[in-house]
Design a protein around this ligand. Structure first.
Ligand code: SF4
Ligand code: SF4
Length: 385
């Protein structure tokens, strides 16, 4: 039987070193007495829920990708490969088409007939970002999921992720806003007629096939770029999301208007800094009262590691300071994200707006010759701005 130590009965030993050689006991900071920890009693499910969403969405995307590939192969082989139905969800990978269609809808009041799912998915992710910070990135985005797990692999390999020095980190973070600015400028300078002309061009109709073919027939330069990004994501946490993703930049800017934020109660906080250490966006959570940054992805990792009762939570603004009022639990956040996604996509489906309205014979002509469809330019017929 294992011997059990009863430390309560071990008498206190006299110090072996003379007082001058003993390390000095940490002196409390003047004016900052050590706070007493009131330990959390609730069990945290935020990361289990988040992982469930991440992998559920990743699997759904893999299913979409496979179904879309089979649909493309059917047309490429002249009907010899089995027929498959085109999954409109792949239009989530056409964010520029989503922005163009959103503008078209705002200008004309008509839901576009080509790639409408791109617009509904963009609206869904904007709505999620408005209500729950940039949580699309940390709860749903397949690229974000892969990137997160590459960072974890890096931590296993090197026992840490590296952080770029501040003088490099800040300008690099601006890159994604520059890319976003370029796309916003391109879309904002198009009229409704120009958007319709673009969508009805061969390139616009099979933009999703072009996207798939880019990855299917990727060249050496593409492989090199993806390889460098993958390596960077292993070394630096969320490299792509933090520095380069224009979609994340758009959602981050939207999240600045969100009423929900991570809020820290300085009275309950014991200044252990575990939250800041856990934050994948490297935000100084332990030193702020409210996290307003566009980099906050609502991942709740900071909340998950916080040991103090009521010190850190995602919440609505507190008009009256009552503990837990306005708190948004991980369950509420998960339910909200799911409700927005299923609600908006469900509405588009039941209202008949979800599917792209293109007859099969048009795809029969265009899909096998996708490499011949070039990007329409200003001045091309129907693309006047
Ligand atoms: S502040 Fe918290 S919720 Fe926001 S990114 Fe950092 S860990 Fe995630
Ligand atoms: S994890 Fe952050 S908020 Fe929670 S007690 Fe420690 S420093 Fe305070």
């Amino acid at each position: 039987m294992a011997t059990q130590l009863h430390t309560d009965f071990i008498p206190e030993l006299p110090p072996l070193l003379p007082p001058t050689l003993r390390p000095a006991a940490p002196t409390p900071m003047p004016g900052k007495p050590k706070k007493k920890l009131v330990r959390r009693t609730d069990r945290d499910y935020s990361q289990a829920l988040r992982r469930g969403f991440q992998f559920g969405f990743l699997l759904w995307n893999l299913y979409l990708g496979r179904t879309f590939y089979l649909w493309v192969r059917h047309f490429e082989t002249g009907g010899q490969a089995p027929a498959s139905t085109r999954p409109p969800g792949v239009e989530g990978y056409l964010p520029i088409a989503g922005m163009m269609n959103f503008k078209y809808w705002l200008l004309t009041g008509h839901v576009p007939s080509l790639h409408p799912a791109a617009m509904f998915l963009l609206i869904t992710f904007l709505a999620i970002s408005f209500l729950f910070r940039k949580s699309f990135c940390s709860w749903l985005c397949p690229v974000g999921t892969v990137s997160e797990y590459m960072g974890r692999a890096g931590r296993k390999l090197f026992r840490r992720n590296f952080q770029l020095p501040r003088w490099l980190d800040i300008p690099l973070r601006g890159l994604k806003y520059l890319l976003l600015g370029f796309f916003v400028w391109a879309v904002s300078s198009m009229s409704a007629d120009a958007i319709e002309g673009f969508m009805r061009s061969p390139y616009g109709v099979i933009a999703d096939v072009k996207m798939l073919n880019f990855f299917r027939f990727i060249g050496q330069t593409g492989i090199l770029v993806i390889g460098v990004l993958a390596l960077a994501s292993v070394l630096v946490q969320n490299f792509w999301c933090r520095y380069l993703c224009p979609y994340g930049a758009l959602l981050g800017l939207t999240s600045l208007f969100s009423p929900t934020r991570i809020r820290r109660d300085a009275a309950a906080c014991i200044d252990c800094a575990k939250c800041a250490k856990a934050c994948p966006s490297a935000l100084p959570v332990d030193r702020l009262v409210t996290i307003k940054s566009a980099e906050c992805t609502g991942c709740l990792e900071c909340v998950a590691v916080c040991p103090a009762q009521g010190a850190l939570q995602m919440s609505l603004p507190q008009v009256v300071k009552v503990p837990n009022r306005g708190r948004i639990s991980a369950w509420a956040m998960a339910a909200g994200i799911a409700a927005l996604f299923l609600g908006i996509v469900g509405y588009a489906k039941t209202a008949g707006y979800w599917n792209t309205d293109v007859p099969a014979y048009v795809y029969q002509q265009l899909v096998p010759h996708a490499d011949e469809a070039s990007h329409p330019m200003p001045g091309d017929p129907g693309i006047d701005r």
